[in-house]
Design a protein around this ligand. Structure first.
Ligand code: AMP
Ligand code: GLY
Length: 424
């Protein structure tokens, strides 16, 4: 099969690597990709992901059998609908189904309709109404902007003043902003991934990430500074409960609404004393969770994603190795704020040959035979191991073999999982 992969981050590099190892792959195109993934497929440049007509032309010219969409923005913009209308198989939900990520209010309505456990909430489009509800409920409380904000639209407010400030900022920016206010849930967070082809749901493993930029969960939120899979807290019993009470009811409700979900559904869960509750959905793999998951995936990813795209998931099996995988993000100093581009990264070849190690590129550029930084999150240095500790130690051994003074990483990736397993 000829596959077109869309996206350019570490997540897409991990997908590219797993796709490139599939027996059923004949050719892989990556749009736009980055220089670090040129070994895995043929990079295509000069087409914006927002240019659906140009992507359709490319699919026709190259007779693409499967389009795999990495990031959420093209899905929320309806790219999967346009591709499907032209007869192409696409891994990724329709615009309507991608509302599960694009609109928190939509997801909450699905939860209410299907009886899915989640935080109690109310939605507002006016500042006064939102304030009145806040004051009635009191702190702690959570304020969310209803739309794609790359993880920056959420305030978990410990005090009423903090919540009022968050609301004021949202309404100052947009007078009729849609804002979801919800109860604060307590517990440990875990991420759970499932492939869905409309009716059939196939688990694709769990992970935990590290959203804050500095060790000990300090500093501002980022896209994710590291991840590990599986999440030790997410036991088989919790997985079964999550499937039965959260994921399957969601898939059924989406079918009932005439907008069947196809693609990967990424559930952000809070494991509370009352059981797993849904925090949010994403309509894509996580980055860097995907890097850890793909290192554990065994099998033909092209075949599996094609099955998800064409309603044939009941005919394939998905196996993740019993190993552990850890991914450590190396970012440019200054990220998630301002950072410089163009510094040289050395030692990647040596680091990449250490036992169990794979280095995924997110923001690199080849300049005169050298690898240079070209983004905020630049690399995910990942490793597998038979224990979480071995995977963590291998990943950091590779980090230490990389010579990049202008970069940094967290040193405590997987610490929570190690503590739970008594491997800390
Ligand atoms: P979201 O973008 O909805 O995933 O929210 C980002 C982060 O905010 C989550 O990963 C949680 O850490 C936190 N969060 C969101 N909603 C809640 C909630 N209702 N209770 C506690 N923490 C939350
Ligand atoms: N690492 C979190 C995400 O991809 O949303």
């Amino acid at each position: 099969m000829k596959v077109l992969l869309l996206g350019s981050g570490g997540r897409e590099h991990a997908l590219a690597l797993a796709l490139s190892r599939s027996a059923s792959l004949t050719q892989l195109f990556i749009l736009p990709g980055n220089d670090g993934m040129a070994r895995e497929g043929q990079l295509v440049s000069g087409i914006a992901l927002a240019d659906h007509a140009a992507i359709l032309d490319l699919c026709r010219t190259e007779a693409i059998d499967l389009v795999v969409v990495g990031p959420e923005a093209p899905l929320v913009a309806g790219l999967a609908d346009d591709l499907a209308a032209a007869g192409f198989a696409v891994f990724g939900p329709s615009k309507a189904a991608a509302q599960l990520e694009g609109s928190k209010d939509f997801t909450k309505s699905v939860c209410v309709a299907a009886g899915i456990p989640t935080a109690a909430y109310a939605t507002f489009t006016d500042h006064a109404g939102a304030l009145a509800y806040l004051r009635e409920k009191g702190a702690p409380i959570v304020v969310k902007y209803d739309g794609l904000m790359a993880g920056k639209g959420v305030t978990v407010a410990a005090s009423l003043a903090e919540a009022e400030e968050a609301i004021a900022a949202l309404y100052a920016n947009e007078p009729a902003a849609k804002v979801v206010i919800e109860e604060m849930m307590e517990g440990e967070e875990a991420s759970f991934f499932c492939l869905i082809d409309g009716e059939t749901v196939v688990p694709f493993g769990s992970a935990q990430d590290h959203k804050r930029v500095f060790d000990g969960d300090k500093g501002p939120n980022t896209g994710g500074m590291g991840a590990y899979s599986p999440a030790p807290v997410f036991t088989g019993a919790l997985e079964a409960e999550t499937l039965a009470r959260i994921i399957l009811p969601t898939a059924r409700e989406m079918v009932r609404r005439g907008m069947p979900y196809r693609g990967v559904l990424f559930a952000g869960l809070m494991l509370t004393s009352e059981g797993p509750k849904l925090i949010e959905y994403n309509c894509r793999f996580g980055d860097p969770e995907c890097q850890a998951l793909m290192l554990r995936f065994e099998g033909d990813l092209v075949q599996v994603l094609h099955a998800a795209a064409t309603g044939a998931l009941d005919r394939v099996s998905v196996t993740l190795a019993a190993s552990h995988a850890v991914g450590v993000v190396m970012a440019a100093r200054g990220y998630p704020g301002d950072y410089a581009k163009g510094s040289v990264i050395r030692g990647l070849d040596k680091a990449g040959t250490l036992p169990g190690v794979t280095i995924f590129h997110a923001g690199t550029k080849a300049v005169g035979g050298e690898v240079t930084s070209h983004g905020g999150r630049v690399l995910t240095v990942a490793a597998t191991g038979t224990t979480l500790r071995e995977a963590r130690d291998r990943a950091y051994a590779a980090v230490d073999a990389i010579d990049w003074p202008e970069g940094f990483c967290r040193r405590d990736i997987a610490a929570r999982g190690l503590a739970r397993l008594g491997q800390g």
